[in-house]
Write a new protein. Sequence first.
Lengths: 268, 275
Amino acid sequence: MSASGESAARPAIALTGEQLARLVYPVVAVAAFLGLWEVLVRIMDVPLWLLPKPSDFLSRMVVDHALLLEQAWSTAVSIVLGFALAVAVAVPLALAIVSIGTFERGLYPVIVFLNIMPKTVIGPILIVWFGVNQLVIVLIVFLMCFFPILVDSMAGFRATDPRLYYITRSMGANTWQAFRHVRLPAAMTFVFAGMKIGIVKAVEGVIIAEFIGSSAGLGFLIMRASSFMDQTLMFSGLIATALVAMVFNGAMLATEHWLMPWARGRGH
Amino acid sequence: MQRDTTDPGTSSGRDADIGASIVARGMTKIYGSGADAHHALGPIDLDIKPGEFVSLIGPSGCGKSTTMLLVSGLEPVSGGSVEVDGKPLTAPITEVGIVFQDHLLLEFRTAMKNVMLQQEIRGLDKAVLEDRARMLFERLDLVGAENRYPWQLSGGMRQRVSIARALVHDPSMLLMDEPFGALDAITRTQIRHDLEMLWLDTSKTVLFITHSIEEAVGLSDRVLVMSKGPGRIVEEIAIDLPRPRPAHLGEYPDFAKYANRIYDIFQKLGIYKFT
């Protein structure tokens, strides 16, 4: 370890042998899995309506790429809106609950109760209120990822050792300075932990929400394909959903890496 | 160090080469109220001269930490008065650096940025403070650690960074609450010496809280022995040993004399129950 910031000294793009290996192994594993699938389905002559071959749904993804992209885009927009709304509400609310005793005693039990309730149950009610549209999807995504972000943010705002405030007060810091320089950045690690769980929940929630009440999105596409017994399209939708999930998880990790350079290289 | 009183790098503009005086009369602290009230400290009197190194030693719960919080204005007194440099305390003083047993560094800042928090919050001159931080990193054997995060440093180094943070704005008073309590014995002896050397150069007033008789005698001009229930000062021992003091304090025949006096007080108070 060099003294002048080991992670900063390393170029961000260049891959080390170890990183390359980390990339190659899963790719080889997936290719082998798909190859085996292809061979077995051909040998056993499984009908298309029961289980399509990888060559079927992969080529379908190429043919119908415009349709898949359009639906994936709709799903992605729902995730972004619902997730952003959850962060925008949960983080300030966590601070309020931690800071104000009345909120802690009054509001928190209500939120815990709402969390225990399966979120998708609210779907049909929301459809009555708002009709079948994207707002319902966004609200369900919001409900799915709101709670983990709230709970972890609360832990984060409580994480600062109170004696640290003695030190900031001895520096003449006012409440805002102590918050900006100490409490908020200290909470970031926790907020991000909550957001990482939240984004997984959001991707999970968005598809279920689109199953229940939507006229767009990958969940809607899969549901429609199901009613036409179009297995190839369903598998294409499944792969597309997995890709959307990967993009969002990757974006979260990249944001964390960028915003919290101090955690780089630290074991988890 | 030659410095005029308008130095943009000091927190008040006063000449910090002269430490602050601390005078307390009948200082008392009661936490809580009614049936839950806990009489933690006092009444005690303190007369700490500018530039003096004073240790508070005593069992856990004897009000050492409370004393520190009261003389810095971080907690209000319940009774009596405190004056720092002749001025009664009404708010937390800022002419001070504080070190706790835990380093309390910010995990998201590098060692240097942790120290420079003083500059950012106080709005002091960046170049001046950076120079002083580098000087402190040199004196505290931290060269090379500037851009490391706390988790990349050893316990001893983290505590050294914490000391640099408490000194970088050149305060007139240094408050240390068991600063070496979590360190191993070898690190502790070295860091004690490094602190003494820094103090000898700047003559800040130091209030040093410890459980260690060796640290108290090894560092102080004066040791105040405290007892609990409520916290009081039971004895005051002036330590007349030459400075800088050696790693092995046993070199001084008088060290044993001072240490024995403190052991005797602890025995007499029932803090030690050796038979």
